[in-house]
Design a protein around this ligand. Structure first.
Ligand code: GTP
Ligand code: MG
Length: 426
């Protein structure tokens, strides 16, 4: 702080002696901007059939092609369409994002989460482009949502929980302008009470809606007055009806005509004036400097970047990067060491298991070997016994054959003697 004051003290104001030309800088800026063209992204959040498309058509006096949505969508979707518009020499790339099926599901959280995600996705895309080494922000199609027109049903009662929850979850991400839709369906006195009720409910719930800026002298008066008219009660229609001697946009009923651009009938003109003619640039700026900045800060902090180091000393991106790299390197080494230790431990465990298995296998083998040996010995014994038996048997057999032969021979000689004796007698 002191150093910047010191720097200021060294700056001298000089009076120039003649024309130089840098007074044309604002004109150069305007020329450059016109050449580049502008982009503006509107998000319309509101239940199916509440009049989102009709209002956008009426606001830009254009028939953007749109199909009706069904009430039976299983989830909320966001549909974005981009159009190129031109008014005199100013080109506007307008993106209209509509919710499809909002409020038609039972689960409330699932109704607003896709909207939050959509907004974050656009911030993320921009951040990624910004972080690129070779970035092309000059011709980048910026899809960040500049304003959220939040359509509230003209019930005359109070805000629905879904509306409160949705606005609460969006208010730090986008500029919210609340609108009472189809304001021709609510009486004038009811409308005033409804507006007051809605505003007090929003304040009690801590919902931050967009405030038209009051710090610029040229617009502060009108913007202050308009802040007091929020939420705007709007009527949309592309039908042209003769009123007096001119054609005006209106909705015709059996009992009369509601003129869209008549400030006694609704706040449509106030909305158009504030949104398009007076504060479009502020909405774009707020998106970049407030909402995107917050997203970017949180995201970079999440990634570990910070402007302040330990002991609240300012650190540069380079220092943070080096510190992170160091931290990461240390962490990697620690992890590597841990993994090595784990590996060694695992190997040891496996080795022990394998050794145990080997031991068991060896024991089993020894056991089987012993059994096998015993069996073999038994068989050997049996074989020997059998052989002995066979030997004894063959011995016996030989002896008996001998006996048999001898007796046969003996019986043969007796018969010969008898025969001889008999022949002698004859
Ligand atoms: P989806 O995109 O299908 O969710 O609908 P939306 O919100 O775009 O509504 P859309 O503009 O298609 O209007 C739905 C119906 O409401 C149409 O019949 C419109 O004529 C009617 N409508 C639109 N704006 C108003 C309005 O300000 N007052 C009244 N009374 N009716 C309106
Ligand atoms: Mg629509």
């Amino acid at each position: 702080m002191a150093s910047s004051d010191e720097k200021k003290e060294h700056i001298r104001s000089l009076t120039m002696c003649g024309h130089v030309g840098f007074e044309s800088l604002p004109d150069q800026l305007v020329d450059r901007s016109i050449q580049q063209g502008f982009c503006f992204n509107i998000l319309c959040v509101g239940e199916t059939g509440i009049g989102k498309s009709t209002l956008i058509n009426t606001l830009f006096n254009t028939n953007f092609e749109e199909h009706e949505s069904s009430h039976f969508c299983p989830s909320v979707r966001l549909k974005a369409q981009t159009y190129e518009l031109q008014e005199s020499n100013v080109r506007l790339k307008l993106t209209i994002v509509n919710t499809v099926g909002f409020g038609d599901q039972i689960n409330k959280e699932e109704s607003y989460q896709p909207i939050v995600d959509y907004i974050d996705d656009q911030f993320e895309a921009y951040l990624q482009e910004e972080l690129k080494i070779k970035r092309s922000l000059f011709n980048y199609h910026d899809s960040r949502v500049h304003v959220c027109l939040y359509f509230i049903a003209p019930t005359g009662h109070s805000l629905r929980t879904l509306d409160l929850l949705t606005m609460k979850s969006l208010d730090s991400k986008v500029n919210i302008i609340p609108l009472i839709a189809k304001a021709d369906t609510i009486s004038k006195t009811e409308l005033q009470k409804f507006k007051m009720k809605l505003m007090s409910e929003l304040i009690i719930s801590g919902v931050q809606i967009y405030q038209f800026p009051t710090d610029d002298d040229t617009t502060s008066r009108i913007n202050t007055a308009m802040n007091g008219h929020l939420p705007f009660a709007v009527v949309g229609s592309m039908d042209e009806v003769p009123v007096g001697n001119k054609m005006v946009k209106a909705r015709q009923y059996p009992w009369g005509t509601v003129q869209v651009e008549n400030e006694n009938h609704c706040d449509f003109v106030k909305l158009r004036e504030m949104l398009i003619c007076t504060n479009m640039e502020d909405l774009r700026e707020q998106t970049h400097t407030r909402h995107y900045e917050l997203y970017r800060r949180c995201k970079l902090e999440e990634m570990g970047f910070s402007d302040l180091g330990p002991e609240n000393k300012p650190v540069s991106l380079q220092e943070t990067y080096e510190a992170k790299r160091h931290e990461f390197y240390g962490e990697r080494q620690r992890k590597e060491e841990e993994m090595k230790q784990m590996f060694v431990q695992r190997v040891k465990e496996k080795e022990a298991i394998l050794k145990e298995a080997e031991r068991e296998l060896q024991a089993k083998f020894e056991h089987l070997k012993r059994i096998h040996q015993e069996e073999r010995m038994k068989l050997e014994e049996k074989r020997r016994a059998l052989e002995e038996e066979a030997l004894a048997f063959s011995k016996k057999k030989a002896a008996s054959e001998l006996v048999q032969n001898q007796s046969f021979l003996a019986s043969g000689s007796i018969r010969k003697d008898k025969d001889r004796k008999n022949s002698n007698f004859m």
